[in-house]
Write a protein that binds this ligand. Structure first.
Ligand code: 4AD
Ligand code: MG
Length: 462
């Protein structure tokens, strides 16, 4: 018999029919006469209840039906006697596909800490929490493609291995096939990267932006959505060494349109989650964060606050709050400042623009004041920076000057400079950190809990 997914069974569509379900046992309880098995197959947050009349089943088989075991069961879908579900299945046959020894299966009991579950990341998919998180993560990835596709953007695959290490977004991971113990040397004693796989030093990308800009200069509106890598030693609940980033880039957009696009995207995605991930969000709201749903609805319903970096600094300085890191014009804001602005002062998402050029990347459009660039950061409650972006410097001479000032070798980025040489135009884009988005939408507190296999300093186990 063909398998019916639990999500479909629970709609009641098969009431009165004989069906087959397959999945993993969440719990088994009962009495002398009857067993109740909660079966989950991942298709829904909810499990289906299987009711087994003990007299009709072989004792040995039922003994193997323990938490974590995988079974295939057939039976009749009937109106549920108990509360909490509308239908259940009266089991007529069962096959144990995979046993899970009750003595050694680590998820025997409920209520494990998230820290413990991180240590068994290979099994944590099977918990309510991680089922919910990863279904939501999928929905957000799908929603992102839908948002851009519906607006006529083209999805560009930027390279993961790159030869340029000039963007300055963060420390890079080297990619090499050279023998680390005994690498080939040049006459002067340095490592001879000419002998390396690509004939020169290469790294894992920190961002697909520069390549996206090349594509935007021809296709108009593009976005990337791929893994990015940063070798910073920041062991925080907001940083990963391998994370996914969405980077739209749009020809003819200036900073105002860039902010509008960022705000539209974030509100669309949060609404998408509210519309498509109801059961999972309700569980997370109940289990981890009673204000989650209210916060999501609030973000959709209210315009983001927009102000200059300089104004934000004045507000922070006048706040009377004693921050760990003092703030003054010219300093980079840290997450305590960002979160105070969002959570305490404005109590809504904030977009800061026009940052000092010294603390931002070389490619940002320079303002006429000679001091600031047309950067924008979107700051979110509980997260801090969720998006970083800017209008780009489209003037060849100004861009080249800035590269010289920042000691960025122009020969390495000749291809980037070419866009400013041939048919340049105003354009803008930004990067949305996918895991930071998932943190916000799920209400989880640690970024290690919203990516299946987190890579952080000292940790890249399987
Ligand atoms: O602000 P960032 O460094 O911007 C860029 O990389 C630009 N090239 C983006 C662009 O304009 N196309 O990173 C963008 C976002 C941050 O706002 C944050 O959400 C996320 O990426 N991010 C990280 N997420 C997890 N772990 C890390 N180590 C992250 N670093 C940045
Ligand atoms: Mg940033």
């Amino acid at each position: 018999m063909q398998r019916t997914k639990v999500v479909d069974v629970l709609t009641g569509q098969d009431k009165g029919k004989e069906i087959c379900v397959k999945g993993w046992v969440r719990t088994k309880r009962g009495n002398k006469n009857v067993a109740f098995i909660a079966l989950n197959d991942g298709s829904s947050f909810h499990s289906v209840q299987l009711v087994a009349d003990l007299a009709k089943f072989d004792e040995d088989t039922l003994r193997k039906v323990t938490t974590g075991a995988c079974i295939s069961a057939t039976g009749l879908v009937v109106e549920s006697q108990g509360s909490g579900q509308s239908v259940e299945m009266q089991m007529t046959s069962i096959e144990v596909l995979g046993e899970a020894d009750a003595e050694t299966y680590p998820l025997q009991k409920k209520g494990h800490s998230l820290e413990f579950l991180r240590e068994i990341a290979h099994l944590r998919f099977r918990t309510n929490t991680f089922g919910a998180v990863f279904r939501i993560r999928h929905a957000m990835a799908f929603g992102i493609h839908k948002f851009f596709n519906d607006r006529g953007f083209f999805y560009i695959h930027s390279p993961i291995i790159t030869g340029s290490d000039a963007e300055g977004a963060g420390a890079m991971f080297r990619v090499t096939t050279l023998d680390p113990v005994n690498p080939p040397k040049t006459e002067t004693g340095t490592v001879d990267f000419k002998e390396d796989f690509f004939g020169g030093p290469t790294n894992l990308t920190v961002s697909g932006q520069l390549e996206a800009e090349l594509a935007a200069m021809a296709l108009g509106q593009v976005y990337t959505f791929g893994p990015t890598f940063r070798a910073e030693n920041s062991n925080t609940s907001r940083h990963l060494a391998e994370f996914w980033m969405i980077e739209p880039e749009v020809a003819f957009n200036e900073i105002k349109e860039n902010m509008d696009l960022a705000e539209d995207l974030l509100q669309y995605l949060v609404q998408y989650a509210l519309d498509n991930c109801k059961d999972d969000l309700e569980f997370l709201n109940q289990q981890y964060d009673k204000e989650l749903l209210d916060r999501l609805r609030f973000v959709v319903a209210n315009k983001f606050e927009r102000l200059n970096y300089g104004e934000a600094v004045e507000i922070l300085k006048g706040s009377g709050v004693k921050f760990e890191f003092p703030v003054d014009w010219g300093t980079d804001l840290s997450s305590e400042h960002e979160r105070w602005l969002v959570e305490k002062h404005f109590q809504k998402p904030v977009i800061l623009t026009n940052y000092p050029k010294e603390i931002k990347a070389f490619y940002m459009k320079q303002n006429d004041d000679g001091k600031t660039v047309r950067a924008m950061d979107v700051l979110f409650p509980g997260i801090g920076e969720i998006i970083g972006g800017s209008q780009r410097e489209e003037n060849y001479d100004k861009l080249l000057n800035r590269m010289h000032e920042m000691h960025i070798p122009e020969e390495e980025l000749y291809w980037y400079l070419d866009t400013r040489k041939f048919g340049t135009c105003p354009h803008a884009g930004f990067g949305l950190g996918f895991e930071r988005l998932i943190l916000f939408v799920t209400g989880m507190a640690n970024i290690r809990d919203v990516i299946p296999f987190p890579r952080t300093p000292q940790n890249a186990a399987f």
